[in-house]
Design a protein around this ligand. Structure first.
Ligand code: IVH
Length: 695
């Protein structure tokens, strides 16, 4: 089928489905059977999946509750969608049963039946049907309100658009949307390939197209697929749906949960075929059968949900907190396996964090082949004392990235040396340090480390930093790839590359002129912005402001920071005495200046830009003063304001007295404001306080 033929058929289907909708809804006189109608809708869906670029504005798959571009509309559940309590051991399950018996005052002789359902970790959805037709559907959200994703749900082939009669006038059906392992693996491979292609295009300076997300697990893949603003994308994703619960219903449908599941099947839903009914004593057996079946199932499960079968009992038991008393999720223990640790790689994250990663001989854990595990950090490696060549126990708990639990035979004589965590960054060779009680070791080569540069450059150009308009993430990544912008100073030398920039696809003379003008406009930044833009760890806007106000100009700041590298020096003392700059912040600054590569990059930058001098504030207005905050502040919490005041050297108090220097008055302030006026204590508005605190 070519485009023209497909377009013609899509037009025909849109008109025909609209006509049948009208016949059914408005005239109550359907001309075709439900099965024939579903057939048309399905055909339309298939064609849209195959020819996504031909999706019509009036497509039947968009008609109901199509998402706006701003996002999804809220979807209020008729009955809240709750969560479940967990059981991990047989005793937990017995306690759950005992509680039910106690609550309902059941005699020991009264049999209690349950339905066990494999618990798939996907995305729960709520589907509203009126007069047997699918009307709307949404995600769980916070349990009370989710997001309306009707158009996306309509693309699921497991979702019946019409129920087979008889049915109540109005009914909510809950279920889980998920991806099978196999579908997940191929979808992930497809996304990885798309990402690689995107990177190739970026390198080649070609047009990029939409961003590509690589999902980390089937749940993540299902969630991402359902939350697409364009339903034709959802339509191409291999999503499945199992129905398992009822929400609001206009009339009773069944007396037991198992009869309710049968009804769902009859209406046309997929219900997990492993779901079954049994008595209390048989539950443990079902649990172990499911645990053994687990690796062979087409989808991942993390436990079994047990639901009391009698619905009248469910109603009597009700809920406690956010979970029903009549259901429980009995989780499986994490899956474990053994393999050999080949080596420990150190990756440098975008913020300079050095993260160890175990590379192992491939091993199957819970139906997935595993070769990598996270080791979290240096202390974790030391604690577990894992060394290359060791046999290790691996564990997968829910997520795709597994963990190393322990070394199998730690007393083996022929083990490798203890693992020495690097103190130099493997990406750039700068010193990697740990500051204060931080468990993470970080590269100090912020401005030059290739693993960090793009992220740093983004920060540098950002709105709150140097605010270089038009220098978006993609443009920066591209210029970094080309080697045109490696350090911040390079941005200010871009005018020399005008011809190369203009030659980039989709750039042209006007946009290059605009961009270069935006760069030029920032050659005299405020000192505080400049300091903040450097992206030194822990030097956020507020601390940058403190430094700028203390030192006043870039040259002096630079000089004092260099002197402060010496512990005990006057400059170090001075730095430590600035209100709000604690010892670990001081250490971060000193470390930044101790790295010669950073200093070179800074000097290079200072040759291009000249920060404006800041007004020096000695000590600060609040140093040694006592403040009282009263009423509610609109821009920060009271705790935050107090912490801030203390950072500035003030004391804070709850009550107003003659010793109070300032009372900061928020909204609806009560007697404290009056008392301040009475005592002649200076009263500040929130805006005045912010101004004086330099916020
Ligand atoms: S019943 C009040 N049944 O588990 C009953 N939930 O922790 C609430 N889930 O958000 C849910 N399989 O995503 C139920 N057979 C099943 C389930 C199931 C998976 C998920 C669901 C829910 C979470 C509750």
């Amino acid at each position: 089928m070519n485009d023209a033929e497909a377009a013609a058929e899509l037009a025909r289907l849109a008109a025909e489905i609209a006509r049948h909708d009208e016949a059914y809804h408005k005239r109550d006189a359907p001309e075709i059977t439900d099965a024939e109608y579903d057939q048309l809708v399905r055909r339309n869906r298939e064609l849209e999946a195959e020819f996504p670029h031909l999706l019509r504005a009036d497509s039947p798959s968009r008609r109901v509750g199509a998402a706006t571009l701003e996002g999804f509309a809220p979807f209020r559940h008729g009955v809240p969608m709750l969560s479940l309590d967990n059981a991990f051991a047989p005793e937990d399950f017995s306690e759950f049963c005992a509680r039910i018996r106690r609550f309902l005052a059941l005699p020991d002789t009264e049999p209690v039946h349950f339905v066990g359902e494999p618990k798939i970790d996907g995305l729960s959805v709520n589907l509203l049907y009126e007069n047997g037709r699918f009307i709307r559907g949404g995600t769980r959200g916070d349990g009370a309100v989710g997001e309306e994703i009707s158009a996306n749900l309509r693309t699921l082939s497991d979702l019946p658009l019409r129920l087979k009669p008889p049915f109540p006038a109005r009914v909510e059906i809950r279920g889980e949307v998920f991806m099978t392992r196999e579908d997940f693996a191929s979808f992930r491979a497809q996304q990885e390939a798309a990402l690689a292609e995107r990177e190739r295009r970026r390198d080649a300076g070609e047009k990029l197209g939409p961003a590509v997300a690589v999902p980390v697990n089937p749940r993540n893949a299902a969630a991402g697929s359902l939350r697409q603003l364009d339903p034709s994308i959802t339509a191409q994703r291999p999503l499945k749906l199992f129905a398992y619960a009822m929400g609001e219903a206009s009339e009773p449908v069944a007396e037991t949960h198992h009869a309710w599941l049968d009804t769902l099947r009859r209406w046309g839903f997929s219900v997990n075929p492993l779901s079954s009914e049994f008595n209390e004593a048989e539950a443990a057996d079902f649990q172990s059968r499911m645990a053994s079946a687990r690796p062979t199932l087409a989808y991942e499960i993390d436990g079994v949900v047990y639901k009391l079968d009698r619905l009248d009992w469910q109603a009597r038991l009700g809920f406690v907190g956010r979970a029903p008393r009549w259901a429980i999720a009995w989780k499986f223990p994490a899956e474990q396996a053994q393999t050999t640790l080949l080596r420990i790689d150190i990756q440098v994250g975008r913020t300079g964090a050095l993260t160890p990663r175990a590379v192992m001989e491939p091993v199957m854990v819970g139906g997935v082949s595993v070769t990598h595990a996270t080791l979290h950090n240096e202390d974790e490696i030391a604690r577990k004392d894992v060394r290359p060549g060791d046999r290790v126990v691996l564990q997968r708990a829910g997520d795709v990235i597994p963990q190393i639990v322990a070394v199998v035979d730690p007393d083996r004589p022929d083990r490798a040396e203890k693992f020495a965590f690097p103190t130099l960054c493997p990406a750039c060779g700068s010193h990697a340090v740990r500051i204060g009680d931080d468990v993470v070791r970080r590269c100090t080569g912020g401005l030059i480390c290739p693993a960090q540069t793009v992220e740093r450059l983004k920060h540098f150009c950002g709105r709150r930093a140097m605010d270089i308009e038009g220098m978006g993430d993609e443009r920066l990544a591209l210029m970094h790839e080309r080697g045109w912008v490696v350090s911040p100073a390079d941005l200010f030398r871009l005018s020399a590359r005008r011809a190369e920039l203009e030659a980039l696809e989709g750039w042209g003379e006007t946009s290059v002129t605009k961009l270069l003008a935006a760069v030029e406009a920032r050659r005299r930044p405020a000192l505080e912005r400049f300091i903040f833009a450097l992206g030194i760890r822990r030097i956020g806007e507020a601390n940058a402001k403190l430094l700028a106000r203390h030192y006043g100009n870039a040259a002096l700041w630079r000089e004092r920071m260099l002197e402060a590298r010496i512990i005990g020096s006057e400059a170090r003392e001075e730095l430590g005495s600035i209100q709000g700059i604690g010892p670990s912040i001081a250490e971060e600054l000193v470390d930044f200046f101790a790295e010669p590569k950073n200093l070179a990059a800074l000097d290079d930058l200072l040759a291009e830009v000249t920060p404006e001098d800041a007004q020096v504030i000695e000590g600060g207005v609040f140093a040694g003063k006592t403040l009282v905050f009263t009423g509610s502040l609109t821009t920060m919490t009271r705790d935050e304001a107090q912490a801030r005041a203390e950072q500035l050297g003030a004391k804070t108090s709850k009550s107003v007295s003659k010793k109070t220097d300032f009372v900061v008055v928020g909204e609806d302030a009560g007697s404290k404001a009056a008392r301040a006026t009475e005592l002649g204590v200076r009263v500040l508005s929130e805006a005045e306080w912010r101004e004086m605190a330099g916020l």
